[in-house]
Ligand binder design. Structure first.
Ligand code: BTN
Length: 275
């Protein structure tokens, strides 16, 4: 998009993963703002080692290379601004409201997952480049634009968990329109990452869109799980959960929104990542 920080957009017919592609480009010295968009991924990556799959030409599969000037404990915000920009895009371009399930799933108002975000840091430049540029973070997002067209398209284990913009709106959606609206919304949000006031603005935006706050959750950590009620998001974007009279801050983990007692304990937002 000329005149924005995203002037270098690589359109790929097929790639293993747009995140992998941009991590390699980052190691080779690519600048902040490079975008990769693919029609198809043969090895799309989801969070927690899952796969992310979609039929060729159906959904928006994109990654952006960022070199934000961020304090290390605020690095989660790089992923959050992409999730926020995607909610802006879908709202502005299509008039559809989405919520954010912490850490960064986009859910339709019926609780089904429309999109997922995966941020990966380049370990080699994690402390910042020797040339003074910020360390690289690649943030990828997969938005279910036109797939699934109907629940029957989904593997049985994702029925009731995943949906698409097309299903929500009852018509096909132009992926380019969503991409352009997303990049337009993302520019100012990324700019905000470099100042304390900007970061506060972004976290306030996250609090406003985060449907996890006030919800009974099960938190899955690397070394166990616990249940509680999500009650706040910290200035770094981390989730605070009240459990057994204490408050725990979750920096990294997966969260399941647990339905109220009596309605079963079915996770929502597992996304279109069949294993
Ligand atoms: C999740 O598990 O919810 C995150 C899914 C992220 C998928 C996107 S698709 C474009 C980019 N490239 C990848 O390999 N993954 C991300």
């Amino acid at each position: 998009m000329p005149g924005t920080r995203f002037s270098d957009i690589r359109r790929l017919e097929s790639v293993d993963s747009t995140n992998r592609y941009l991590l390699d480009e980052a190691r080779a010295g690519a600048d902040d703002g490079v975008v990769a968009v693919a029609d198809h991924q043969s090895a799309g990556r989801g969070r927690l080692g899952r796969r992310w799959e979609a039929p060729a030409g159906s959904n928006l599969l994109m990654s952006v290379l960022l070199r934000p000037d961020l304090p290390p404990d605020h690095r989660y915000l790089a992923a959050a601004v992409v999730a926020l920009a995607a909610t802006d895009a879908v709202d502005v371009a299509l008039g559809l409201e989405l919520g954010i399930k912490w850490p960064n799933d986009l859910l339709a108002l019926d609780g089904r997952k429309v999109a997922g975000v995966l941020a990966e840091a380049d370990v080699a430049t994690a402390a910042g480049g020797s040339d003074g540029r910020g360390s690289a973070i690649v943030v990828g997002i997969g938005i279910n634009v036109n797939w699934p067209g109907a629940d029957a398209d989904l593997p049985p284990d994702l029925v009731g968990l995943a949906t698409s913009l097309r299903q929500q709106l009852g018509r096909r959606v132009d992926r380019t329109e969503v991409l352009e609206a997303l990049l337009e919304a993302l520019g100012p949000r990324v700019g905000d990452l470099s100042t304390a006031a900007g970061r506060i603005r972004q976290v306030d935006g996250l609090r406003a869109r985060c449907t996890t706050i006030g919800t009974r959750v099960r938190v899955e950590l690397a070394d166990g799980r616990f249940e509680g009620t999500a009650c706040a998001v910290t200035p770094e974007g981390h989730l605070v959960v009240e459990t057994g009279g204490a408050r725990r801050t979750v920096v990294a983990g997966d969260v399941v929104h647990v339905r109220p007692p009596g309605q079963g304990d079915r996770p929502i937002g597992a996304g279109a990542d069949p294993e």
